[in-house]
Ligand binder design. Structure first.
Ligand SMILES: C[S@@+](CC[C@H](N)C(=O)[O-])C[C@H]1O[C@@H](n2cnc3c(N)ncnc32)[C@H](O)[C@@H]1O
Length: 294
């Protein structure tokens, strides 16, 4: 059966069901299936079909792509397909930038608390919690009440489920420095650590697809949008379109932090790239001209 499936459906280069899958995935998630990921998609489709007890490729495709009947299977497929690799304080220089940015923003006379930050494509939550730890620490160091909220969103339901629990294996937190670990984590098992409830309460996680997002939480004006290692899976023109969409969520003094190299030779209109070059951050020109540059 499997080899028949292989020949009939998944033969590389043939226009067939496999290309329909690739187009549907890109149209629905923005994620491009590049040639190096085709084999992984083939194996996943075969595994999902076996698990769904479905051996007719056309039936599986039609059922899964049906908006209502296929919602559950589609979300399973997406959960398994997307790269969700992440870690606490993944790009150190960006978090150092955020710490400076918090001081600058909160000290600005026009600033009205709370500070709102969005971690987009947050996977299992490490990035959103790292932002919350950075902001909390910076505000306390300034002698301020930590009055802020972090919104973490991801298309993967499974990732968001883990993020909400805030429980991580020891191997995940070994890279977190000791004082941060002491301040923000509690050991809850031999190999398990949990983000403390005070911090968890400041972080709200939502399952959401950036291509169709209508969430009211994200429609508020945000002070910072942090989006790393997600756009890299999108086509270049799509990245620009999304970055324009993201900047529209920003407050008039808001900033955007992307992953290094995720946007080359292009700056969103009305924005300027911030120094240092070890981070890829943008702020509105208007706010820089008023002497707010970091
Ligand atoms: C490699 S992870 C990056 C996690 C984190 N930002 C980091 O840098 O460590 C990429 C995440 O983007 C999410 N993602 C991909 N397409 C998305 C979409 N259309 N809307 C929202 N999230 C998406 C994936 O589910 C995945 O968790």
């Amino acid at each position: 059966m499997a080899s028949q499936l292989d020949r009939k459906v998944f033969a590389y280069g043939d226009w067939g069901y496999f290309d329909i899958w690739k187009s549907a995935i890109e149209a629905r998630t923005g994620v491009q299936i590049t040639p190096d990921r085709e084999r992984a998609l083939t194996l996943l489709l075969k595994r999902r079909m076996a698990e769904a007890n479905c051996f007719d490729v056309e039936d599986y495709l039609n059922e899964t792509l049906d908006d209502i009947r296929g919602a559950k299977e589609w979300s399973e497929l997406v959960d398994h397909l997307l790269v969700k690799e992440t870690s606490f304080f993944r790009h150190r220089a960006s978090f150092e930038f955020v710490a400076q940015w918090v001081k600058q923003t909160v000290n600005n006379r026009d600033f009205v608390a709370p500070l709102w930050v969005w971690s987009l494509g947050c996977s299992t939550g490490e990035e959103a919690y790292s932002l919350a730890m950075t902001i909390d620490h910076s505000m306390r160091m300034m002698g301020r009440e930590p009055n802020f909220g972090v919104i973490g969103t991801d298309i993967s339901r499974e990732a968001i489920f883990h993020a909400r629990r805030g429980i991580y294996r020891k191997s995940k937190i070994v890279a977190v420095d000791e004082s941060t670990r002491r301040d923000y984590f509690t050991q809850v098992g031999e190999q398990l650590w949990r983000v403390n409830s005070d911090l968890r309460r400041r972080v709200c996680f939502l399952t959401s697809n950036i291509l169709t997002d209508k969430s009211p939480l994200i429609r508020r004006k945000l002070h910072l949008v942090y989006c790393q290692n997600m756009l890299v899976y999108f086509r270049r023109w799509k990245r620009r379109e999304l970055v324009n969409q993201l900047t529209s969520h920003l407050d008039k003094k808001g900033s955007l932090v992307l992953g290094l190299g995720e946007l080359n030779n292009w700056v969103p209109e009305g924005f300027r790239r911030e120094a240092p070059r070890s981070v890829q951050a943008y702020s509105r020109i208007e706010s820089i001209e008023q002497g707010d540059s970091l």
